[in-house]
Design a protein around this ligand. Structure first.
Ligand code: 13P
Length: 290
């Protein structure tokens, strides 16, 4: 059974580690990430962007697919299915379809509107036993057509949204989606500390997990980050392993049927599993599932 992220995030916050939230795209991603969580005995947040939901034929199909794969693999660790950067309509659809966790990203609205819509989604989510993440201040970079110039979240706005009873809060602290530019200044720990103090111990979420040096991620976790989002890094792991397979000419080996899609996609899928386990160790969730 898929679970809400509330309990696992609360425990992670108390235990000073973080749960990795890994973006999925298709069957290979689902299987590989579930395999990693089971092997690492780690709680897991499997997240999906609205673009990937569309690619995967809609909310209902994503819920059915993840549930069925999860059950058929006899997964024993806690797993939440989470909507990443949900729109107001998307978050509602995901909750109705059976997602166990959603992010409502209202950071592009004027604050009052973000607040009103966040309140509504939190109430709807909680009525369905679904955990809710909201966002204050844009996360830089671009993901699935959602772009933001990136900013440091306003501490008072964080406090106000946290007061709505949100389960976890994404707040910009200099992090961006995708590859970090060479002149990136790093995470702003001062702002992170100010936010954590203002939100009364509410768990915080670090977006843009790809490419942040491990020491900075670990420091952010000690300062209150309990969920780290990773998307691009798994895509790169998949791409590198697939490229190696193709460049070695294995796909054109007719005798070994290297063109069989299950063979062609296998190195990439295994690379996703290996990278996910590595990140679970880095975030400290390794062996934390009961
Ligand atoms: P990266 O693609 O930079 O890992 O960011 C993922 C993310 O924050 C998803 O919301």
């Amino acid at each position: 059974m898929l679970v809400s992220a509330t309990e696992m995030i609360k425990k992670a916050h108390e235990g000073h580690y973080a749960i990795g939230a890994f973006n999925i795209n298709n069957l290979e991603w689902i299987k590989s990430i579930l395999t990693a969580a089971e092997e690492a005995k780690s709680p897991l947040i499997m997240e999906v962007s609205e673009g990937a939901v569309k690619y995967m034929c809609g909310y209902k199909n994503v819920v059915d697919m993840v549930r069925n794969v999860h059950d058929s693999m006899n997964i024993t660790v806690p797993v939440a299915l989470h909507l990443d950067h949900g729109s107001y309509e998307g978050a509602k659809k995901a909750i109705e379809a059976g997602f166990t966790s959603v992010m409502f990203d209202g950071s592009h609205y004027p604050f009052e509107e973000n607040l009103a819509k966040s309140k509504e989604i939190i109430e709807l989510g909680h009525a369905h036993g679904c955990s809710v993440e909201c966002e204050v201040g844009g996360i830089g970079g671009s993901e699935d057509g959602v772009t933001s110039s990136g900013e440091l979240a306003d501490v008072n706005e964080c406090k106000t949204i946290a007061g709505l009873g949100v389960d976890m809060l994404a707040a910009g602290i200099g992090n961006i989606h995708g590859i970090y530019p060479a002149n990136w200044k790093g995470l702003n720990f001062e702002r992170l500390q100010e936010i954590q103090a203002a939100v009364d111990g509410k768990p915080l979420v670090l977006h843009g997990g790809t490419g942040i040096p491990a020491e900075q991620v670990k420091k952010a976790i000690t300062l209150g980050v309990s969920k780290v989002n990773v998307n691009t890094e798994l895509q790169l792991a998949f791409q590198a392993a697939t490229r190696e397979y193709v460049l070695a000419g294995k796909d054109i080996d007719k005798a070994k049927k290297g063109f069989d899609p299950r063979k062609l996609l296998k190195p990439g899928a295994e690379a996703i599993t290996a990278k996910t386990i590595e990140l679970m160790e880095e975030f400290g969730s390794y062996q934390k599932a009961e």
